[in-house]
Design a protein around this ligand. Sequence first.
Ligand code: AMP
Length: 302
Amino acid sequence: MSSLVVVGSVAIDSITTPFGARERSLGGSATHFSVSASFYTDVSVVAVIGDDFMAEDEAVFHERKINTRYLQRVPGGKTFRWVGEYGFDLNTAVTKDTQLNVFADFKPELSAELRNAPFLFLGNIQPTLQRQVREQSNAKFVAMDTMNLWIDIARDELIKTINVVDCVVINDAEARQLAGEANLIRAARKILDLGPKLLIVKRGEYGAAFFTKDSFFATAAYPLEAVFDPTGAGDSFAGGFMGHLAHADKVDDHTLRRGIIYGSVMASYNVEEFSCDRLRRLTPEEIKARFHEFKEFTHFEV
Ligand code: AMP
């Protein structure tokens, strides 16, 4: 049985960065999340794909031993497509096109087995769908992501979903937009008032932080010289974070702090190459090495 379930998009992306372009790039929130989390625990992915999803795309999930039993293929359908572009500010993706395709009629159903998985991640999809999944689950810890699109067009639904999860993982611009508050600390307080116990704010090349009502922890990002494709940084961060929690099977303060660091390690590797290319070659030794480097560069003596 999987200890961790992710619901989200499995996508075919077209990506342009200042350093190159890829016309057909395996992507999606559930893809980046599950590939990253698979280094820590057993993961099941709940998503939908079309006929254009090729064996070589699916092979990425098999290589990482991700459970794809609940990856539904819709005959005659087309996989979700996202076209994104980055300028020199690699922290901000500009969406050029989104085609929901098979996602338009997606009704995620959790099997009896998946309902009892202790950890659930609601990857970035329409917030009503996220809530439908949350309501089917008996997980003891549920986290969710979202994006500016849903804050713009489905705000009320999003707020209802935020109310029924334990943890929200979003980037700093989304936190400010959602809270209607320029100051990040005040924005965090407002988001916690919507219901979740924990808020994680991803800050791109500046790192990540978590907030609860009475605690705060932050780390810098790994100092990378070459960021090639930032797509999936947020989801691979969430995969490392949730993967570590599921592996430890607890959510105390120490585990959360280490989770933030493991998330940052996974995101730092993910952005070194297009799509999941770097994580496909990643080794546990490389994860360990960067994890220890984080300890070195954040440690100081009083
Ligand atoms: P991030 O980790 O935030 O960089 O997420 C990148 C992934 O989000 C891409 O691979 C896209 O396929 C996916 N994505 C973009 N827009 C949407 C959307 N509206 N719904 C679901 N997934 C999306």
